[in-house]
Design a protein around this ligand. Structure first.
Ligand code: NAP
Length: 306
């Protein structure tokens, strides 16, 4: 594949940025990639494992001459980082971000960017429960979607070039409007994470009653909640605070459905439960048919039963 950007700067060197670096290198998509993270510890780790062609001690140094700057930091600090780098951006450069929320990030970042710098927000719909510079891998984006969320007046060439980068890293791309993006993600990602956090929290309370049985018999379904609930606390705190309205609306609907199912159980309404579970099973089939998960039993884990 050919080079899409001569010089890329990654600000924040965690799961998402490190996976981008390995994917860009695998596919020969960038000339030089510079990187910066807040702590000296992360920068040292990046140097040790060869993450980025050059690790810089300041964000300002990292963005010098960059054709593309990608903000890969928690959603709550995107605005501060944008303010810091804005005066040092190359005219004609593109600034993107990978934040899980788009409306709040656009509001925080856009006002800082000078004329002549293109802002093209994005959100790769791929991740794991791991974080930090050692957690990334080149295949993270293969076959997954990256949502591109142009802002009003986004330059068409800048949008297409960013799409070419994500396609080169193995991802499919779709364009969405910010408000729609935040609603979709509230359903597909944000509310499910909150529900997982709650379920694991409840089980933790119960553990005090049942000793270690919650851990010992976790394969019965609870284990899959714990994977999601192990996700980075800072990232998810920021996601909920930044996508407040959409998440609260979905949680409101969730609570109503939960009450309806509770009532069905109390009243012995097996038909209601059966119809509901038949509908949800079809959604799982749709995800597999779309190639977004494996059909293997128990997500392909070997030798385990649930
Ligand atoms: P991560 O592994 O926790 O890494 C975050 C990075 O940001 C770290 O290198 C951290 O530096 C750096 N950072 C934090 N505050 C900073 C600041 N004020 N200035 C400069 N650097 C700072 O996080 P991630 O999973 O890669 O997530 C990054 C972004 O991608 C988030 O906005 C998240 O919403 C989005 N996203 C995540 C996923 C996912 O599943 N993880 C999926 C899609 C999108 P230190 O290490 O020095 O603290």
């Amino acid at each position: 594949m050919s080079v899409v950007y001569e010089k890329v700067a990654l600000i924040g060197l965690g799961l998402i940025a490190s996976s981008m670096y390995w994917a860009m290198k695998r596919d020969g998509l960038a000339g030089e990639v510079t990187g910066y993270a807040r702590s000296a510890e992360t920068r040292d780790t990046a140097r040790e494992i060869g993450l980025c062609d050059r690790v810089c001690d300041t964000a300002v140094e990292a963005v010098q001459d960059a054709d593309l700057v990608v903000l890969c930091v928690p959603v709550g600090v995107m605005g501060d980082v944008a303010a810091e780098i804005a005066p040092h951006l190359k005219p004609g450069a593109t600034v993107s971000d990978v934040g899980s929320v788009k409306g709040a990030v656009i509001e925080a970042v856009a006002p800082h960017l000078p004329d002549g710098v293109h802002f093209v927000p994005s959100h790769p719909m791929a991740g794991t429960e791991h974080s930090g510079p050692r957690s990334g891998f080149a295949e993270l984006y293969d076959g997954k979607y990256c949502l591109i969320v142009p802002v009003p007046g986004s330059d068409r060439d800048a949008v297409d070039r960013l799409k070419a980068l994500w396609n080169g890293m193995g991802a499919f791309t779709d364009e969405l409007e910010a408000e729609h993006h935040d609603r979709v993600c509230a359903v597909t990602s944000h509310a499910p994470h909150l529900i997982a956090y709650t379920m694991v929290g409840v089980a933790d309370d119960l553990r005090r009653v049942t000793d270690s049985e919650v851990i010992k018999y976790s394969a019965a379904g609870f284990r899959d909640f714990t994977r999601i609930a192990a996700s980075d606390p800072t990232m998810w705190r920021d996601v909920f605070l930044s996508n407040k309205d959409a998440t609260l609306e979905i949680l409101g609907r969730f609570t109503e459905e939960l009450f309806a199912l509770q009532r069905a159980i109390r009243q012995g309404d097996g038909d209601h439960l059966h119809d509901y579970f038949t509908r949800t099973r079809a959604i799982r089939r749709g995800i597999i048919e779309a190639g977004q998960d494996t059909d293997a039993p128990d997500f392909g884990r070997s030798g385990s039963k649930s």
